[in-house]
Design a binder for this molecule. Structure first.
Ligand SMILES: Nc1ncnc2c1ncn2[C@@H]1O[C@H](COP(=O)(O)OP(=O)(O)O)[C@@H](O)[C@H]1O
Ligand SMILES: [Mg+2]
Length: 393
């Protein structure tokens, strides 16, 4: 923060500089003896964040100068230093853009408090808005494992990476995502939130969700189709905007259909994970899904292909998948029938149930890569540099 002081009284100017330097020697400062006429030149040449003014009487000429400067530089803070004044004077000062008035004789603490208040306000204004990442999981064909992966990645990001996570189940007709990580029914759903969209904020979103962990909320799909019909495409943007502010990761389990709501979700997503398995019917449908992403205008680096139930000995290799779909595989999640079946049947995430199983480890790796923002695991990259056999033209 840069501070410029303009004062009529040289002694006052000296005191102000001394007090400011006592607190922070390294603050860049400009000190000028003079009046309101100096203000425009100081602002334009020095670009201070904060202007301290002494000796201003707020006569019409001074008011005009201050009004112009504070309108042209709305982020500039102006603090006036002057003898105690009546209420009308203070109001007039506020009207021309002065933020605070510090009375003379100057008390160091009063001056520093006023400067620090401005500094804090500036820090808040400049802090970047919290922007959580939206990750959408979409099955290329029913039974790919998209819901299993979405719910388990969400759990793992919260449990092991300490992120604040919310999982939205956008399989609006027959959603089951909450049952993969939680064993009870829920009284509320996405429809209850969108019905009162004007009330939507972080605490309403969280209080409508199931708290699977203190930092992991799940908002299930509605339990009846009529309620699902109440959710409109125009609700999605508002929902995502609030979710981004309050969570680090927003995980969307999206059904197979491309409709107005799923496309809104995909548009909002930072990354889309189409999920497929290593057999021809899945690969065929994956091709269609990826073509649709292309026609929706999504850039290639928004799409992260996941091969689920991966088996090293399967006829179709990861290289085949890449060659056919013209996309690298972001992650291959191993097939682990007994662990996954037990997890799904009990409604307990694999990371909790069998943390050392191959499938849980693979999810943990993926969660870790996502928090590091890693592009791709080195191993997979190597896999694709050779052995490529075209499968479909
Ligand atoms: N990596 C895996 N290993 C073994 N079984 C899996 C795996 N992933 C998913 N499954 C099984 O596949 C079933 C279907 O998964 P689901 O996530 O409901 O698919 P989708 O949402 O794509 O239709 C799950 O109930 C689970 O039993
Ligand atoms: Mg599903």
């Amino acid at each position: 923060m840069k501070i410029a002081t303009i004062a009529q009284d040289p002694q006052c100017l000296h005191d102000i500089q001394k007090y400011l330097a006592n607190v922070n020697m390294s603050l860049p400062m400009v000190a000028i003896t003079g009046g309101a006429q100096q203000i425009p030149a100081v602002i334009e040449q020095e670009h201070p964040d904060l202007l301290l003014l002494e000796g201003i009487k707020l006569n019409p000429g001074e008011q005009q100068i201050l009004r112009v400067v504070t309108s042209r530089f709305p982020d500039l803070g102006v603090i006036m230093v002057c003898p105690p004044q009546p209420q009308e004077f203070l109001l007039e000062a506020m009207r021309v853009g002065v933020r605070e008035v510090v009375p003379t004789p100057i008390n160091q603490h009063v001056l520093i408090d006023a400067v620090e208040r401005f500094q804090q306000r500036m820090a808040i204004a400049k802090a970047p808005l919290h922007q959580g990442k939206i990750l959408a999981f979409m099955p290329c064909k029913g039974g790919s494992g998209a819901t299993f992966l979405a719910s388990n990645i969400a759990y793992t990001l919260a449990a092991l990476e300490n992120k604040r996570v919310i999982l939205f189940d956008f399989n609006l007709q027959f959603g089951d995502a909450s049952l993969f990580v939680h064993d009870g029914a829920s009284a509320t759903s996405i429809a209850d939130v969108t019905r009162q969209i004007q009330r939507l904020d972080g605490s309403f979103l969280s209080s409508s969700s199931i708290h699977v962990l203190p930092n992991f909320d799940v908002l299930p799909a509605p339990d009846e189709p009529e309620k699902a019909a109440e959710i409109k495409p125009e609700h999605i943007q508002a929902l995502m905007k609030v979710a981004r502010k309050h969570y680090d990761f927003i995980i969307l389990d999206i059904g197979r259909a491309f409709d107005a709501i799923s496309i809104q979700c995909l548009d909002q997503a930072d990354l889309i994970f189409p999920v497929l398995q290593q057999t021809l019917p899945f690969i065929r449908d994956a091709k269609r899904v990826i073509n649709t992403f292309n026609s929706l205008g999504y850039p290639e680096d928004k799409i992260r292909l996941i091969v689920n139930r991966f088996g090293k000995k399967d006829d179709i290799t990861l290289a085949d998948v890449t060659n056919t779909l013209k996309l690298e595989v972001f992650k291959a999640i191993p097939n682990d029938y007994s662990v996954v079946a037990e997890s799904v049947n009990q409604g307990i995430a694999v990371t909790k149930l069998a943390r050392r199983s191959a499938v849980a480890k693979s999810l943990q790796e993926m969660a870790h890569e996502l928090t590091r923002g890693n592009e791709q695991s080195g191993l997979l990259k190597k896999l694709f540099s050779f052995n490529a056999i075209p499968l479909m033209s």
